[in-house]
Design a protein around this ligand. Structure first.
Ligand code: DP6
Length: 343
């Protein structure tokens, strides 16, 4: 357990029904449930290595070559879950964590989702905690809300929960990859700029200042219920409508915050128009756009429509790159290819 290096690889997920707005920002408790697809770690992933040792005098986390500052609020969740795991294991050795994201730079994909799920998975292995997946999803959630869903592959549901301590705010897998392996995500890279408002601030700002947000939780719960039904019946046309409506709904409450938050730019808007046009021409929805806290688009579609969609959007001004990603069948997995050699 001590002085042994463990390494794991995990991946981000893209939400079909979005998490936005926290009722407790310390442990990331959401107002609504959300639903996501875990993306293929063969294409985009976070690799993390960890070692606990009595030789260390403090926890140290290095991400993409930079040591993280514990004092910065955005890093707190990482250090918190290491401390939680250490208490569970009843040890006092400190940790060295080295992490690397292979995401295309500025992809707008939540690296925190993939890093959080990977770290929780790794802590469980390294300290032999024997936590089950539900417990791991709760631990990952404290790092980053969307990380709660990253513990599993396939399609994942994060139950919002009602309790103040967060014990009922966990995730579970609702569909395996093999049940609908044709679902894919076309990631459209638009901007490499850092977002002006971090998700951490945005979640609180929207929940506390947007009037429209009062109805958002019930809208999102309805979206989750309907999306689950369409997923079960492989009804892509209706699933796509929910995905687009939910992205619109989240960006509407962001805009309704005071002062407002905008994440979409002109290229994002052009993609929305173009996808609507493609769906109209086909007389059914063959693609669904969805946007997180940034201008980059994720286009959810079926494998058979991939070429047609790429052909019809590629001329849009402002697109930097297009990456096609399948669903992953699993959450984080162990690896023997360590990022720590000497320490
Ligand atoms: C817009 O999970 O990044 O991607 O809990 O503060 O780490 P924290 O926020 P984060 O929220 C981003 C949410 C979203 C939508 C989603 O993935 O559901």
């Amino acid at each position: 357990m001590l002085d042994k290096i463990y390494t794991a690889i995990g991946s981000p997920n893209i939400a079909f029904v979005k998490y936005w707005g926290t009722r407790n920002e310390k442990i990331n408790l959401p107002f609504n449930s959300s639903l996501s697809m875990t993306l293929d770690k063969g294409v985009i992933s976070t690799k993390t290595s960890i070692v606990f040792s009595k030789k260390f005098d403090k926890d140290k986390i290095i991400v993409d070559g930079n040591e993280l500052n514990l004092e910065e609020p955005k890093n707190k969740g990482r250090f918190d879950i290491i401390e939680e795991a250490r208490k569970k294991a009843n040890i006092d050795a400190k940790a060295l964590v080295v992490s690397h994201n292979n995401f295309p730079k500025g992809s707008g994909l939540a690296s925190s989702a993939s890093a959080g799920a990977t770290l929780a998975f790794l802590l469980n292995k390294a300290l032999e905690l024997n936590m089950n997946e539900r417990e791991l999803s709760i631990m990952a959630r404290k790092f980053s809300g969307s990380a709660c869903r990253g513990i599993y592959g396939g399609i994942v549901l994060w139950h919002r929960g009602m309790s103040d301590d967060g014990t009922d705010s966990y995730s579970e897998q609702v569909l395996k990859k093999e049940e609908w392996s044709d679902l894919i995500d076309i990631i459209v890279l638009i901007s490499e700029q850092e977002k002006k408002v971090s998700s951490k601030e945005g979640h609180v700002h929207t929940a506390t200042t947007s009037e429209l947000f009062r109805i958002r939780p019930e809208v999102a719960e309805r979206h989750v219920e309907r999306a689950l039904d369409y997923l079960k019946n492989k009804d892509f046309h209706n699933l796509a409508e929910i995905i687009m409506r939910d992205s619109n709904s989240m960006h509407a409450v962001m805009l309704d915050s005071y002062p407002p938050i905008f994440y979409l730019n002109e290229t994002s808007k052009e993609i929305i128009y173009r996808i609507n046009q493609i769906n109209e021409e086909n007389k059914e929805n063959i693609a669904a756009y969805t946007f997180d806290a940034g201008p980059n688009a994720n286009i959810i579609t079926l494998k058979k429509y991939k070429d047609e969609i790429i052909e019809k959007i590629r001329d849009i001004q402002g697109i930097k790159d297009i990456i096609v990603v399948e669903m992953d069948q699993s959450g984080p997995i162990l690896s023997n290819d360590h990022l720590i050699n000497d320490y």
